[in-house]
Design a protein around this ligand. Sequence first.
Ligand code: GTQ
Length: 356
Amino acid sequence: MSHELGRLEDLPQDYRDELARQNLVPLWPSLRAVLPPGIPARQTRATRWRYADIRPLLLRAGELTPIEKAERRVLVLANPGHTLEKMQASAAIYLGMQLLLPGEWAPSHRHTPNAVRMIVEGEGAWTTVDGEKCPMHRGDLILTPTGLWHEHGHDGNAPVIWLDVLDLPLVYYTETSYHLNGTTQTVEPGQGHRAYARAGLVPTPVFDRSGRRYPLLRYPWAEARAALLSLAGDRPGLDHVQITYVNPETGEDAQNILGLHALMLRPGQTLALPARSPAAVYHVIEGAARVATDAQGFDLAPADTCCIPGYTATTLTNASATGPAFLFVADESPLHRKLGVYEVRADGQPAMPAQP
Ligand code: GTQ
Protein backbone atom coordinates (compact mmCIF):
# COMPACT_ATOMS: atom_id res chain seq x y z
CA MET A 1 0.00 0.00 0.00
CA SER A 2 1.34 3.42 -0.88
CA HIS A 3 0.16 6.64 0.75
CA GLU A 4 1.46 10.16 1.11
CA LEU A 5 4.26 10.43 3.64
CA GLY A 6 4.56 13.30 6.10
CA ARG A 7 6.49 16.38 4.97
CA LEU A 8 9.15 18.31 6.83
CA GLU A 9 6.82 21.33 6.89
CA ASP A 10 4.26 19.26 8.81
CA LEU A 11 6.58 19.22 11.82
CA PRO A 12 6.66 22.12 14.32
CA GLN A 13 9.66 24.40 13.85
CA ASP A 14 10.90 23.96 17.41
CA TYR A 15 11.00 20.18 16.89
CA ARG A 16 12.90 20.55 13.59
CA ASP A 17 15.36 22.94 15.20
CA GLU A 18 15.99 20.56 18.08
CA LEU A 19 16.55 17.64 15.68
CA ALA A 20 19.11 19.70 13.74
CA ARG A 21 20.88 20.71 16.96
CA GLN A 22 21.26 17.02 17.81
CA ASN A 23 22.41 16.09 14.25
CA LEU A 24 19.21 14.14 13.69
CA VAL A 25 17.04 13.98 10.56
CA PRO A 26 13.53 12.51 10.17
CA LEU A 27 13.59 9.86 7.44
CA TRP A 28 9.99 9.95 6.22
CA PRO A 29 10.11 13.30 4.34
CA SER A 30 13.08 11.99 2.32
CA LEU A 31 12.26 8.29 2.15
CA ARG A 32 10.89 8.42 -1.42
CA ALA A 33 13.83 10.51 -2.62
CA VAL A 34 16.44 8.00 -1.47
CA LEU A 35 14.34 4.93 -2.32
CA PRO A 36 12.32 6.01 -5.36
CA PRO A 37 9.68 3.68 -6.80
CA GLY A 38 10.80 1.22 -9.49
CA ILE A 39 13.80 3.05 -10.88
CA PRO A 40 16.71 4.91 -9.26
CA ALA A 41 17.11 8.68 -9.46
CA ARG A 42 20.03 9.38 -11.78
CA GLN A 43 21.95 12.62 -12.00
CA THR A 44 23.85 11.26 -14.99
CA ARG A 45 22.46 12.81 -18.17
CA ALA A 46 22.95 11.45 -21.67
CA THR A 47 25.77 13.70 -22.86
CA ARG A 48 27.95 13.83 -25.95
CA TRP A 49 31.40 15.38 -26.42
CA ARG A 50 32.61 15.98 -29.98
CA TYR A 51 36.29 15.47 -30.66
CA ALA A 52 36.17 18.35 -33.13
CA ASP A 53 35.18 20.63 -30.22
CA ILE A 54 37.66 19.20 -27.69
CA ARG A 55 40.74 19.04 -29.93
CA PRO A 56 41.33 22.77 -30.57
CA LEU A 57 40.71 23.60 -26.91
CA LEU A 58 43.13 20.89 -25.82
CA LEU A 59 45.79 22.12 -28.26
CA ARG A 60 45.25 25.61 -26.86
CA ALA A 61 45.82 24.23 -23.36
CA GLY A 62 49.16 23.06 -24.77
CA GLU A 63 50.02 26.70 -25.51
CA LEU A 64 48.54 28.14 -22.31
CA THR A 65 49.83 25.67 -19.73
CA PRO A 66 53.25 24.02 -19.84
CA ILE A 67 53.29 20.38 -18.76
CA GLU A 68 55.25 21.30 -15.62
CA LYS A 69 52.29 23.43 -14.54
CA ALA A 70 49.75 20.74 -15.28
CA GLU A 71 51.42 17.41 -14.48
CA ARG A 72 48.59 15.89 -16.50
CA ARG A 73 47.25 18.20 -19.22
CA VAL A 74 43.65 17.05 -19.33
CA LEU A 75 40.28 18.51 -20.24
CA VAL A 76 37.66 16.63 -18.25
CA LEU A 77 34.49 15.48 -20.00
CA ALA A 78 32.10 16.53 -17.25
CA ASN A 79 28.45 15.54 -17.14
CA PRO A 80 26.30 18.64 -16.51
CA GLY A 81 23.80 16.47 -14.62
CA HIS A 82 26.38 16.07 -11.86
CA THR A 83 27.46 19.75 -12.18
CA LEU A 84 30.71 20.41 -13.99
CA GLU A 85 32.70 20.94 -10.77
CA LYS A 86 32.24 17.29 -9.83
CA MET A 87 34.22 16.25 -12.93
CA GLN A 88 32.28 13.04 -13.40
CA ALA A 89 30.73 11.44 -16.48
CA SER A 90 28.52 9.14 -14.39
CA ALA A 91 28.29 8.04 -10.75
CA ALA A 92 31.51 6.00 -11.04
CA ILE A 93 33.14 7.07 -14.32
CA TYR A 94 35.55 9.94 -14.95
CA LEU A 95 36.53 10.83 -18.53
CA GLY A 96 39.32 13.12 -19.67
CA MET A 97 41.16 13.92 -22.89
CA GLN A 98 44.89 14.23 -22.30
CA LEU A 99 47.43 16.02 -24.49
CA LEU A 100 51.15 15.35 -24.61
CA LEU A 101 53.35 17.41 -26.94
CA PRO A 102 56.59 16.16 -28.50
CA GLY A 103 59.39 15.96 -25.94
CA GLU A 104 57.06 16.37 -22.96
CA TRP A 105 57.07 14.12 -19.93
CA ALA A 106 54.29 13.60 -17.38
CA PRO A 107 56.13 12.43 -14.28
CA SER A 108 55.71 9.12 -12.52
CA HIS A 109 52.99 8.79 -9.92
CA ARG A 110 50.55 6.22 -8.64
CA HIS A 111 47.13 6.52 -7.10
CA THR A 112 44.26 4.54 -5.66
CA PRO A 113 41.80 5.05 -8.56
CA ASN A 114 42.14 2.72 -11.56
CA ALA A 115 42.80 4.36 -14.92
CA VAL A 116 42.86 3.24 -18.54
CA ARG A 117 43.97 5.08 -21.68
CA MET A 118 42.30 4.72 -25.06
CA ILE A 119 44.68 6.24 -27.61
CA VAL A 120 42.99 8.68 -29.98
CA GLU A 121 45.60 10.50 -32.05
CA GLY A 122 49.32 10.70 -32.76
CA GLU A 123 52.36 8.46 -32.76
CA GLY A 124 55.51 8.28 -30.67
CA ALA A 125 54.13 8.51 -27.14
CA TRP A 126 54.48 5.85 -24.48
CA THR A 127 53.29 5.13 -20.97
CA THR A 128 55.55 3.26 -18.61
CA VAL A 129 53.39 1.24 -16.23
CA ASP A 130 54.99 -0.78 -13.45
CA GLY A 131 58.31 -0.68 -15.29
CA GLU A 132 56.90 -1.71 -18.66
CA LYS A 133 57.16 0.84 -21.46
CA CYS A 134 53.91 0.56 -23.40
CA PRO A 135 53.83 2.15 -26.86
CA MET A 136 50.67 4.11 -27.65
CA HIS A 137 48.98 3.62 -31.01
CA ARG A 138 45.47 4.62 -32.04
CA GLY A 139 42.85 2.36 -30.46
CA ASP A 140 45.26 0.70 -28.03
CA LEU A 141 43.98 0.21 -24.50
CA ILE A 142 46.53 0.62 -21.73
CA LEU A 143 45.74 -0.17 -18.10
CA THR A 144 47.14 1.72 -15.16
CA PRO A 145 45.45 -0.19 -12.34
CA THR A 146 45.28 0.97 -8.74
CA GLY A 147 48.67 1.43 -7.08
CA LEU A 148 50.87 0.92 -10.17
CA TRP A 149 53.45 3.58 -11.07
CA HIS A 150 52.84 5.28 -14.39
CA GLU A 151 54.42 8.10 -16.39
CA HIS A 152 53.85 9.35 -19.93
CA GLY A 153 56.48 10.46 -22.46
CA HIS A 154 56.55 11.45 -26.11
CA ASP A 155 59.39 10.89 -28.61
CA GLY A 156 57.34 11.72 -31.72
CA ASN A 157 56.89 15.00 -33.57
CA ALA A 158 53.17 15.76 -33.41
CA PRO A 159 50.66 16.08 -30.56
CA VAL A 160 49.39 12.88 -28.98
CA ILE A 161 45.90 12.77 -27.48
CA TRP A 162 44.19 10.00 -25.56
CA LEU A 163 41.01 9.37 -23.59
CA ASP A 164 41.46 8.69 -19.87
CA VAL A 165 38.80 6.57 -18.15
CA LEU A 166 39.02 6.38 -14.36
CA ASP A 167 36.83 5.19 -11.51
CA LEU A 168 37.81 8.41 -9.72
CA PRO A 169 34.26 9.55 -8.77
CA LEU A 170 33.63 6.31 -6.91
CA VAL A 171 37.03 6.27 -5.22
CA TYR A 172 36.69 9.94 -4.30
CA TYR A 173 33.17 9.39 -2.93
CA THR A 174 34.38 6.53 -0.75
CA GLU A 175 37.10 8.87 0.61
CA THR A 176 39.89 6.61 -0.59
CA SER A 177 41.39 8.75 -3.38
CA TYR A 178 45.04 9.80 -3.06
CA HIS A 179 48.31 9.75 -4.99
CA LEU A 180 52.04 9.37 -4.41
CA ASN A 181 54.73 10.98 -6.54
CA GLY A 182 57.75 9.02 -7.68
CA THR A 183 60.91 9.32 -9.70
CA THR A 184 61.48 8.06 -13.22
CA GLN A 185 60.83 4.34 -13.32
CA THR A 186 63.45 1.84 -14.29
CA VAL A 187 62.21 0.30 -17.50
CA GLU A 188 62.46 -3.45 -17.45
CA PRO A 189 62.24 -4.79 -20.98
CA GLY A 190 61.14 -8.34 -21.56
CA GLN A 191 59.15 -8.64 -18.35
CA GLY A 192 56.80 -10.87 -20.23
CA HIS A 193 53.61 -8.82 -20.41
CA ARG A 194 53.74 -8.86 -24.17
CA ALA A 195 53.86 -12.65 -24.13
CA TYR A 196 50.18 -12.52 -23.20
CA ALA A 197 49.23 -10.65 -26.35
CA ARG A 198 47.72 -13.71 -28.02
CA ALA A 199 44.76 -15.53 -26.56
CA GLY A 200 45.43 -18.99 -25.18
CA LEU A 201 49.18 -18.50 -24.98
CA VAL A 202 50.80 -17.77 -21.63
CA PRO A 203 54.47 -17.52 -20.73
CA THR A 204 55.98 -20.50 -18.84
CA PRO A 205 58.92 -20.88 -16.39
CA VAL A 206 61.04 -17.71 -16.60
CA PHE A 207 58.13 -15.55 -15.60
CA ASP A 208 56.44 -15.37 -12.23
CA ARG A 209 52.78 -15.71 -13.13
CA SER A 210 51.37 -16.29 -9.69
CA GLY A 211 52.18 -12.98 -8.04
CA ARG A 212 50.93 -10.73 -10.78
CA ARG A 213 47.48 -9.22 -10.31
CA TYR A 214 47.67 -7.39 -13.68
CA PRO A 215 49.61 -9.64 -16.08
CA LEU A 216 48.60 -7.71 -19.21
CA LEU A 217 48.79 -3.93 -19.29
CA ARG A 218 48.49 -3.14 -23.00
CA TYR A 219 45.80 -4.44 -25.35
CA PRO A 220 46.81 -3.46 -28.92
CA TRP A 221 43.95 -2.31 -31.13
CA ALA A 222 45.22 -4.46 -33.99
CA GLU A 223 44.52 -7.55 -31.83
CA ALA A 224 41.12 -6.38 -30.58
CA ARG A 225 40.02 -5.34 -34.07
CA ALA A 226 41.08 -8.68 -35.54
CA ALA A 227 39.18 -10.50 -32.78
CA LEU A 228 35.99 -8.57 -33.56
CA LEU A 229 36.30 -9.20 -37.30
CA SER A 230 36.87 -12.92 -36.65
CA LEU A 231 33.87 -13.09 -34.34
CA ALA A 232 31.65 -11.30 -36.86
CA GLY A 233 32.90 -13.57 -39.63
CA ASP A 234 32.45 -16.80 -37.67
CA ARG A 235 28.98 -15.89 -36.42
CA PRO A 236 27.08 -14.18 -39.24
CA GLY A 237 23.86 -14.31 -37.19
CA LEU A 238 25.39 -12.73 -34.09
CA ASP A 239 24.01 -9.26 -33.34
CA HIS A 240 26.08 -8.26 -30.36
CA VAL A 241 29.62 -8.45 -31.74
CA GLN A 242 31.51 -7.41 -28.63
CA ILE A 243 34.64 -8.43 -26.78
CA THR A 244 35.57 -7.74 -23.16
CA TYR A 245 39.05 -6.80 -22.05
CA VAL A 246 39.92 -9.38 -19.39
CA ASN A 247 42.78 -10.54 -17.23
CA PRO A 248 44.33 -13.36 -19.32
CA GLU A 249 45.12 -15.45 -16.21
CA THR A 250 41.69 -15.34 -14.58
CA GLY A 251 39.31 -14.39 -17.38
CA GLU A 252 37.84 -11.78 -15.06
CA ASP A 253 37.35 -8.14 -15.92
CA ALA A 254 40.67 -6.41 -16.61
CA GLN A 255 40.09 -3.99 -13.73
CA ASN A 256 38.07 -4.07 -10.50
CA ILE A 257 35.46 -1.38 -10.99
CA LEU A 258 34.86 -0.51 -14.64
CA GLY A 259 34.07 -2.89 -17.50
CA LEU A 260 36.02 -2.40 -20.74
CA HIS A 261 34.78 -3.63 -24.10
CA ALA A 262 35.15 -3.17 -27.84
CA LEU A 263 32.09 -3.49 -30.02
CA MET A 264 31.65 -3.84 -33.76
CA LEU A 265 28.57 -2.77 -35.69
CA ARG A 266 28.22 -4.42 -39.08
CA PRO A 267 27.49 -2.21 -42.10
CA GLY A 268 23.93 -0.94 -41.81
CA GLN A 269 23.37 -2.65 -38.46
CA THR A 270 21.10 -1.44 -35.67
CA LEU A 271 21.78 -3.06 -32.30
CA ALA A 272 19.15 -2.71 -29.56
CA LEU A 273 20.65 -3.00 -26.08
CA PRO A 274 18.22 -3.54 -23.18
CA ALA A 275 18.13 -1.23 -20.19
CA ARG A 276 20.90 -2.27 -17.78
CA SER A 277 21.75 -0.86 -14.39
CA PRO A 278 25.28 0.41 -15.24
CA ALA A 279 25.91 3.73 -16.95
CA ALA A 280 27.93 3.30 -20.14
CA VAL A 281 30.36 5.34 -22.21
CA TYR A 282 30.61 4.90 -25.98
CA HIS A 283 33.65 6.16 -27.86
CA VAL A 284 34.13 5.73 -31.61
CA ILE A 285 37.43 4.16 -32.64
CA GLU A 286 36.65 3.73 -36.33
CA GLY A 287 33.69 4.60 -38.53
CA ALA A 288 30.63 6.41 -37.20
CA ALA A 289 27.68 5.44 -35.05
CA ARG A 290 24.41 6.79 -33.74
CA VAL A 291 23.78 6.17 -30.05
CA ALA A 292 20.13 6.72 -29.16
CA THR A 293 17.81 6.36 -26.20
CA ASP A 294 14.02 6.77 -26.24
CA ALA A 295 14.56 10.44 -25.43
CA GLN A 296 17.47 11.50 -27.64
CA GLY A 297 20.25 10.45 -30.00
CA PHE A 298 23.84 11.37 -30.75
CA ASP A 299 25.57 10.98 -34.08
CA LEU A 300 29.16 10.14 -33.22
CA ALA A 301 32.09 10.74 -35.56
CA PRO A 302 35.51 9.16 -34.99
CA ALA A 303 36.89 9.97 -31.48
CA ASP A 304 33.52 11.36 -30.30
CA THR A 305 32.39 10.16 -26.89
CA CYS A 306 29.02 9.95 -25.17
CA CYS A 307 27.69 8.82 -21.83
CA ILE A 308 24.33 7.10 -21.25
CA PRO A 309 22.85 6.78 -17.74
CA GLY A 310 22.04 3.41 -16.26
CA TYR A 311 18.62 1.71 -16.63
CA THR A 312 18.32 3.16 -20.14
CA ALA A 313 17.61 1.09 -23.25
CA THR A 314 20.07 2.12 -25.96
CA THR A 315 20.16 1.63 -29.70
CA LEU A 316 23.42 1.67 -31.65
CA THR A 317 23.31 2.22 -35.40
CA ASN A 318 25.98 2.08 -38.08
CA ALA A 319 24.56 4.01 -41.02
CA SER A 320 27.40 3.04 -43.36
CA ALA A 321 26.33 0.53 -45.99
CA THR A 322 29.91 -0.47 -46.68
CA GLY A 323 32.15 -0.38 -43.61
CA PRO A 324 31.92 -1.63 -40.01
CA ALA A 325 31.97 0.77 -37.05
CA PHE A 326 34.16 0.06 -34.02
CA LEU A 327 33.38 1.43 -30.57
CA PHE A 328 35.15 1.36 -27.25
CA VAL A 329 32.68 0.83 -24.41
CA ALA A 330 33.35 1.47 -20.72
CA ASP A 331 30.68 0.72 -18.15
CA GLU A 332 30.08 0.20 -14.45
CA SER A 333 29.19 -3.49 -14.70
CA PRO A 334 32.02 -4.98 -12.54
CA LEU A 335 31.10 -2.51 -9.80
CA HIS A 336 27.39 -3.31 -10.05
CA ARG A 337 28.07 -7.05 -9.98
CA LYS A 338 30.27 -6.69 -6.91
CA LEU A 339 27.59 -4.60 -5.22
CA GLY A 340 24.94 -7.17 -6.17
CA VAL A 341 22.80 -4.53 -7.92
CA TYR A 342 23.53 -5.46 -11.56
CA GLU A 343 20.37 -5.91 -13.54
CA VAL A 344 19.13 -6.21 -17.10
CA ARG A 345 15.57 -5.08 -17.81
CA ALA A 346 14.87 -7.22 -20.83
CA ASP A 347 11.16 -6.31 -20.86
CA GLY A 348 11.66 -2.84 -19.43
CA GLN A 349 10.42 -3.95 -16.01
CA PRO A 350 12.41 -3.85 -12.74
CA ALA A 351 14.46 -7.02 -12.38
CA MET A 352 15.78 -6.45 -8.89
CA PRO A 353 18.33 -9.12 -8.07
CA ALA A 354 17.62 -11.23 -4.98
CA GLN A 355 19.14 -14.23 -3.29
CA PRO A 356 17.56 -17.46 -4.62
O1 GTQ B 1 47.51 10.29 -16.60
O2 GTQ B 1 47.92 9.74 -14.55
O3 GTQ B 1 42.92 12.13 -16.58
O4 GTQ B 1 46.47 10.81 -12.68
C1 GTQ B 1 43.49 12.05 -14.29
C2 GTQ B 1 44.39 11.71 -13.31
C3 GTQ B 1 45.01 11.24 -15.95
C4 GTQ B 1 47.21 10.27 -15.40
C5 GTQ B 1 43.80 11.81 -15.60
C6 GTQ B 1 45.60 11.13 -13.64
C7 GTQ B 1 45.91 10.90 -14.98
